[in-house]
Design a protein around this ligand. Structure first.
Ligand SMILES: *[C@@H]1O[C@H](CO)[C@@H](O)[C@H](O)[C@H]1NC(C)=O
Ligand SMILES: *[C@@H]1O[C@H](CO)[C@@H](O)[C@H](O)[C@H]1NC(C)=O
Length: 231
């Protein structure tokens, strides 16, 4: 019996040192974990997340004010100063229609009345150079608006529009809109069939709406048109 008890004691002694060695490191590791992270780290992470959210919010806000979202148009790149009008009664989503300063807004377009004179071809070049084109008149409302603006403007008599005779096809709009004889606003007796009178003006002093005249293509005033920018 005595030898058996001694044997058992030896076995117990062998096992206990191993257990004592294994257990303390585990408890030590657990005690060390919280001390590896400084107390301010969660605050720093929260602050960084907050700043990221703030940056995202600002970016979204800026994007919603940026006209048309995608690439800025040539018109937007040409002009620094703009005038906007509320468009809310007509359209649903977008709140403002904008034109460059000194241009006139009507429906979905902006119009520029020149004070200088150029040939018809130079006039069209000047308009396209600004991201516009010589005006294309699509409705009686547009024709009446332009006639009224020209009455106010009072500089010179003849303003080029984007209509020109082409040798075989007849009257031709610069933006390829089909020419509609019943929506044309010729002055009485026009268009005349005089040789070389291939370009069309609005004659400011003729009574609206029928104030178009075909003329020679040398230097005259012009009306440019571009799509209004909605924001
Ligand atoms: C068009 O004409 C206007 C007025 O003369 C001028 O200020 C502008 O620079 C011209 N733009 C181009 C692209 O020719
Ligand atoms: C031409 O204009 C008239 C009058 O504005 C309009 O009723 C008609 O639908 C137009 N025709 C075409 C082909 O656009």
């Amino acid at each position: 019996m005595a030898s058996e008890i001694t044997y058992a004691e030896v076995k117990f002694k062998d096992a206990s040192p191993a257990a004592q060695v294994k257990v303390p490191p585990k408890t030590k590791k657990c005690e060390h974990h919280p001390q590896k992270y400084p107390a301010w780290l969660p605050w720093l992470i929260s602050l960084l997340l907050f700043l990221v959210c703030l940056a995202l919010a600002i970016a979204l806000l800026a994007a919603s004010f940026c006209p048309s979202g995608d690439q800025p148009t040539a018109l937007q790149q040409t002009f620094m100063e703009w005038r906007c009008m509320s468009a809310l009664p007509q359209s649903k989503g977008l709140g403002w229609k904008c034109c460059p300063r000194d241009w006139k807004l009507f429906q979905e377009s902006c119009y520029y009345l020149s004070s200088d004179k150029l040939s018809w071809a130079e006039s069209e070049q000047n308009c396209t150079g600004m991201g516009a084109h010589l005006v294309v008149i699509n409705s009686k409302a547009e024709q009446n608006f332009l006639s009224k603006e020209l009455q106010k403007y009072r500089k010179g008599e003849n303003y080029y529009i984007g209509l020109k005779a082409q040798e075989l096809e007849g009257w031709h709009w610069v933006d390829q809109t089909p020419f509609n004889e019943t929506a044309a606003f010729w002055r009485i007796g026009e268009p005349s069939h005089t040789y070389g009178e291939d370009c069309v003006v609005i004659h400011r002093l003729s009574e609206a709406p029928n104030n178009w005249n075909n003329v020679g293509c040398w230097n005259r005033h012009r009306i440019c048109e571009a799509a209004a920018v909605t924001v």
